[in-house]
Structures are given as structure tokens and as C-alpha cells.
Design a protein around this ligand. Structure first.
Ligand SMILES: [Zn+2]
Length: 412
């Protein structure tokens, strides 16, 4: 099979999609279910229909474009990503996996390939948490890790319920019907920009992802006692910020001493109340984000956080309460799919890096119902989620070629 990726067409489609934006170019802002997002969706649907794909949309707007195989009843081979973009983002995050997936299918069609299994392009709704505060909304519902009931309780930043927002956008079915049966996909492969600097640093054009890290996030509330910065002497203080400092450093120490490079923890928010120069901090709110590729190791850090909170609370006579916001499960990519990706790279003489995805993607959730793998391409300086995000047409075409051949091997 002689596969040819139409690099010019793919590149011009990426440019065309970037024009559906609520920000000045080169920035892209495309928030889920805004008029701009709906126009972009319609444009992509048209491209898929032009390619002879059968398009359907579910109740949350996940879009499925299927190239029906010789055995329409056989489990499908899936590929895809997302087209929503956070405010002032770039053109490539998610988009490469969607338009690259479409181009891969068209290249297989043009080469006269005929598969046994149907190949399906999946465009996930709201990978970004911008509007509803939760990332991977579409894939969570597909995998059943978010129930329809829990989803219905979500509201957007203006307080509008998800039910109103999606119905207004034209998606009216029952959320219960979104969940896919396990076994629906035989395999799922997501092409994505790396969003980190490793491929560029190692001068590798491709990355075969073997693990996807997952975050757990907590809110920690620390209540001490406020007072006058001059009047209250040190032995009488119950300073909430000093307690917070101990908690933050203890978490850092626990993660650093674990010895595993994949374990990371970040305190990104520290709100101090009342926040005045001459007032002892009475209350502190922290956010803690802990990520790992290994669930047990990550859960051990979470346990350490609990222990640290108890110890600091006793020592400093402050009240500490921690709330779990979410704890997603890391995923291993399916070795057989990763091997197919690697073999395809080798066949073409493309060097590649075996790597971990430290950001999470829709594939993390699809891994709950299907074997998944991911293929990364470099992005300049590792930049992502900013207007100067850039992946070269050559790198995108190379990734698309490897994707296409991998889909063909999986669907044969
Ligand atoms: Zn993405």
C-alpha cells in the first residue's frame, strides 16, 4: 500500500479551522458550545461527509465519523481528539489529532485500502475545562467515569446548567445514552502535539506514549487565629500561613524523596485571609495537584498529605481540612498498539522516543473501555496553550502517516 499524506490539504485545513476563533489571530479561542464552536463543528462535519464518512453526534455533542469496513458488526478502530481551545490558545492542541485523523482516513481511501473493521474519527466534546470546570467532559461520559446524573449538576461559568446549554446548542438526547459499551472499540489511537520539550530536545520527530499520568487534586483549608501583627506575641499565635508553609514544604519533600521522576506535586493556589500587612493570617486556602503514572505511588503521596495535615494541625493548634476534588486513574497504553506504532516508525526509519504523557487527554478516559495508545509529535519549544504554539507541517504529516498505517494494521 502506497500511502500519501496530502500535507498541503491538511495544513490548509488546520489554518481554516483556526479562523473559527473568538480571539485575534494567531491566538485561537474556541470554547465549547459557543456560536464559534458550533460553526467549527459544522465545518468539520462537512469535511467528514465529503470524505464519505457516516456522521452521528451524541447527546453531549461528541461527534463520530465512521468509515464503514467490510464487517460493519466488528468492533471499531477509533482515532480522534478535540477541537475546543482555551482562551488565547494555539492552532494545534487537539486539532492535529482531529484533522490528522481525517487525513489519515482519506489517505487510506485514496490508496484503495479496504478494512475489515470500521475506522471511526471521534471528536470529543470539551476536553478543556474552560466552560464547565471539568476536563474531558465528553470522554468521561463515553467511558462512564462521569455519570449522567453527575453531569447534569454541572453549570457553566455564568451559572447556566449544562442541560440548557447543550440543548440550545442542538444536542437534545438523553445523557444516559452517551456511554459506550465496553468492546465498542477494538483499539483507539490519539495523535497529539507533545505539549512539552522532550521530543525537540532529543531531536526525535515522534513519541510513542506508553503511559498517561493522571492528576488528583485537593483543596486544603487551614484555620488559625487572626490578630494584630504587633499586639499578639509569638507564643500566642496560631498563624494559618505558617502552618500552610509547613504543609507545602512537607509535600514537596515527600515527593522529592520518593525517588520516582514521574511523581509531581504542585500547590498552585494559596489564598490568604485577611491578606493585610499588619494582620496575622487567620485562614489559608491551598490547592494541591498530585500526578503520577502509578496509582499506588500517587495515593501514597495523598496519604502523606493527610498525615502532614494532622501533624501540623496538632503542632500549631490550627484546624486543617482537606477535600478531594478529583482523583483520576492513570493509564497504561496497550502494549500491542504501542508496538504497532513503534514498528510503523521503524519501517519508515523515523526515530522515536518512548514516553509518558504528563498532560492528560481524552485517551486517559477511553482507556477505561478500550485499549488505547497515543502518538506525539514535537511542538516548538514545548509551547502549548498559547498563541505561538507551533507544529511544523512536516512533523504533522509524518505523524499522520504513522497514524494512518497503524489504523490500517489494526483494522485489517
Ligand atoms: Zn489536547
Amino acid at each position: 500500500m502506497n500511502l500519501v499524506i496530502n500535507q498541503d490539504r491538511l495544513n490548509s485545513e488546520i489554518e481554516a479551522l483556526a479562523a473559527f476563533s473568538d480571539a485575534e489571530p494567531p491566538a485561537v479561542t474556541r470554547v465549547v458550545f459557543t456560536p464559534t464552536d458550533l460553526k467549527a463543528r459544522a465545518w468539520i462535519r462537512e469535511r467528514c461527509e465529503d470524505a464519505g464518512l457516516a456522521v452521528r453526534q451524541d447527546a453531549i455533542g461528541n461527534t463520530f465519523a465512521r468509515w464503514v469496513g467490510a464487517d460493519p458488526e466488528a468492533p471499531l478502530v477509533g482515532t480522534g481528539s478535540h477541537i475546543d481551545a482555551i482562551p488565547n490558545a494555539g492552532k494545534y492542541d487537539g486539532v492535529v489529532g482531529v484533522l490528522g485523523g481525517l487525513e489519515a482516513i482519506r489517505a487510506l481511501q485514496d490508496a484503495g485500502f479496504r478494512s475489515k473493521h470500521s475506522i471511526e474519527l471521534l471528536i470529543f466534546t470539551s476536553e478543556e475545562p474552560t466552560r464547565f470546570g471539568i476536563g474531558c467532559l465528553g470522554s468521561r461520559l463515553l467511558a462512564g467515569t462521569l455519570s449522567a446524573d453527575a453531569a447534569r449538576k454541572l453549570t457553566d461559568n455564568d451559572g447556566a446548567s449544562i442541560e440548557n446549554v447543550r440543548r440550545k446548542a442542538g444536542f437534545t438526547g438523553g445523557l444516559e445514552e452517551v456511554r459506550l459499551p465496553s468492546g465498542y472499540y477494538k483499539a483507539f489511537v490519539e495523535l497529539h502535539i507533545e505539549q512539552g520539550p522532550l521530543l525537540e530536545r532529543e531531536q526525535k520527530p515522534l513519541g510513542v506514549v506508553e503511559r498517561i499520568a493522571a492528576p488528583a487534586s485537593m483543596r486544603v483549608l487551614i484555620e488559625g487565629a487572626g490578630g494584630h501583627a504587633g499586639g499578639v506575641l509569638m507564643p500566642d499565635r496560631r498563624d494559618a500561613l505558617c502552618a500552610a508553609a509547613e504543609v507545602i514544604l512537607a509535600i514537596e519533600q515527600a515527593v522529592r524523596s520518593s525517588g520516582a521522576v514521574d511523581t509531581v506535586a504542585t500547590v498552585g493556589i494559596c489564598d490568604v485571609f485577611p491578606g493585610a500587612v499588619n494582620s496575622i493570617p487567620a485562614t489559608v486556602r491551598l490547592s494541591v495537584d498530585i500526578r503520577d503514572t502509578d496509582l499506588q505511588r500517587r495515593d501514597r503521596v495523598m496519604k502523606t498529605l493527610d498525615e502532614v495535615c494532622r501533624a501540623v494541625s496538632a503542632k500549631r493548634q490550627v484546624f486543617i481540612h482537606s477535600d478531594l476534588v478529583n482523583a483520576d486513574v492513570p493509564a497504561d497504553c496497550a502494549p500491542a498498539i504501542a508496538a504497532t506504532l513503534a514498528l510503523t516508525c521503524e519501517k519508515h526509519g523515523f526515530s522515536f522516543l518512548r514516553m509518558t504523557s504528563r498532560a492528560y487527554h481524552d485517551s486517559l478516559f477511553i482507556s477505561r473501555i478500550a485499549p488505547v495508545a497515543m502518538l506525539f509529535i514535537p511542538c516548538r519549544n514545548g509551547y502549548s496553550h498559547r498563541p505561538d504554539e507551533y507544529a511544523s507541517p512536516e512533523d504533522i504529516a509524518r505523524g499522520t502517516l504513522v497514524l494512518a498505517e497503524t489504523l490500517a494494521a489494526l483494522a485489517a
